[in-house]
Structures are given as C-alpha cells and as structure tokens.
Design a protein around this ligand. Structure first.
Ligand code: GEK
Length: 246
C-alpha cells in the first residue's frame, strides 16, 4: 500500500520548487497515477515494447526510474535470454524505495531478469552498449540545453536495431490546442480527486522544474541525435510516448 498524495492540499504562503524527496517518494505511485493520463497503460506497454527489441545478453536501461514501475513491467514481459536491467535515478529517496520494490518483486516472480538500481545523474552516466533505453517522463526534467547531448549518448550506446522509449508531457505551439488539452488535463486531475488548490500549488511548484517540449521539438532533436525513425505509439491528452529507432 502506498500513501495518498496530499502534499499540496494545505495552503502554502510560498510554494517551493518541486523536488523528488522522501515525501514525494512516499506518495509517488498515487501521485503519478492520478496526474498522468494513461500511466498504467504506458507502464504495461513498455514491457511489451521492450520484449520486442531486447536482444539476448544485452543491457536495458531505465533512466530516471523513480520507483521502478517500468523496470518491473520489463521484468514481467522481457523473455530474451541473458538480459539485465540497469535502473538509474539521482534522487536517493526514490532509489532506496525502488530497491525495496524490486526485492518484493523477486519474491513474487520466479527467474525475473536481474535488475540493479544505481544512484546517478543520467546526464553524465557512462552508458554501456544496450538494446533498450526507457526515458519514461524523465527528459522533461533535464535542463533543455543538456537534452540533445543525452539523446546522442543514448543513440551511441544503442546496438543496431535498438530502441529508445520516450514518454513526455507535450506543449503545443497552437494556443487553442494548448489551452484545450491543458484544461482537459486539469479536468482529469479534478476527476481523480485533486482540489483546485492542489492543482494550482502543484502547478507553481513544477513550472520551473519540468519544462515540456512540443512534439516537433522532440522529433527534430531525435533526428539530430541520430535516430533514423521516431513515431508516437501512445497519446492521451497532452501526454505521449514515442518509439525512436536506430
Ligand atoms: C516511472 N520513469 O514511473 N538523473 C537521474 N534521474 C533524474 C534526473 C537526472 N539528471 N533528473 C530527474 N531524474 C518513472 C517516472 S519521474 C516523472 C519518472 C514525474 C528523475 C527524478 O528523480 C524522478 O524520479 C524521475 O526522473 C522523473 O516510469 O515525476 O513526472
């Protein structure tokens, strides 16, 4: 059981920038499910996609793994022999809980593929040759000026036929599209029990920390980084997930 997200339920005199600390780690499963439309479907599908592209005896990376939901899904679905998962996050509170969840999963699944969780900054982490990389709602937290270099490093590390699964919140250049999808996202949050105060305070906490791009910016950057093909495989409101192939 995880705690309910009520982190923004009481009024703050000044809303501090959002940080992935112990309080967030404690409520994270509830927070992300009630905030990201389609999150459970994306998580389950990441396992299926990874299973299509994972090469025998290769590494799979889960970058910005938080509590390891994508890692757990890949452990359920990837059947290629000799694969192992390296999950990385720079938030110590996330890493510690992620390890506990994986130990619990070990007890439930026989012969789950090995997964290790590392505390590290994905911006300068030396990636080894790999067949699958997951960036599930992580790139939007990386400084915009560092995003291309990170994608280049991922592209360099991917084996031929390898894949990047990139999920992001999207911005839209056309103002009426932006407003309409943003309003629908707030409606989604209200329907999941968040109050107007919670929505407003979370918004100001995150606005300097999470900086979404447009789909066109993503596509252009993926191309610049050396990916041959990219396409959307999932979109719900202003949240999407892409597959980028070598
Ligand atoms: C999921 N993928 O549930 N290096 C390493 N980790 C980072 C960095 C960095 N430079 N910057 C941010 N993070 C997960 C959800 S959450 C998305 C990902 C969200 C980590 C940060 O600590 C956090 O755990 C994660 O990226 C983003 O499938 O909260 O909306």
């Amino acid at each position: 059981m995880t705690d309910l997200d009520n982190l923004f339920a009481s009024p703050f005199s000044k809303v501090a920038d959002f940080a992935f600390d112990e309080n967030v780690a404690r409520v994270f499963p509830d927070m992300i499910k009630r905030s990201v439309p389609g999150y459970p479907t994306i998580i389950e599908s990441i396992g299926l996609i990874a299973n299509q592209y994972a090469r025998p005896n290769s590494i799979i990376y889960d970058l910005g793994c938080s509590l390891g939901a994508a890692t757990q899904s890949m452990r359920r679905h990837v059947s290629s022999e000799g694969c192992r998962i390296i999950a990385i996050d720079n938030a110590q509170a996330m890493v510690e809980r992620c390890r506990e969840y994986l130990v619990a999963q070990d007890a439930m699944i026989e012969e789950a593929i090995p997964a290790e969780v590392i505390t590290g900054d994905i911006v300068d982490y030396p990636l080894q040759a790999c067949s699958v990389v997951v960036l599930n709602f992580t790139l939007q937290f990386i400084k915009p000026g560092e995003r291309l270099a990170l994608l280049r490093a991922i592209r360099q590390a991917l084996l031929p036929g390898g894949v990047l699964i990139l999920s992001e919140k999207l911005n839209f250049a056309e103002p009426s599209t932006q407003n309409s999808l943003e309003e629908l996202h707030y409606a989604f949050k209200r329907a999941n029990g968040y109050s107007e105060l919670e929505i407003a305070q979370k918004r100001s906490a995150i606005e300097n920390v999470m900086l979404p791009d447009t789909l066109e910016q993503h596509q252009q950057r993926l191309q610049q980084a050396g990916f041959e093909h990219s396409h959307i495989w999932f979109q719900c409101l202003n949240f999407c997930s892409m597959i980028a192939r070598t």
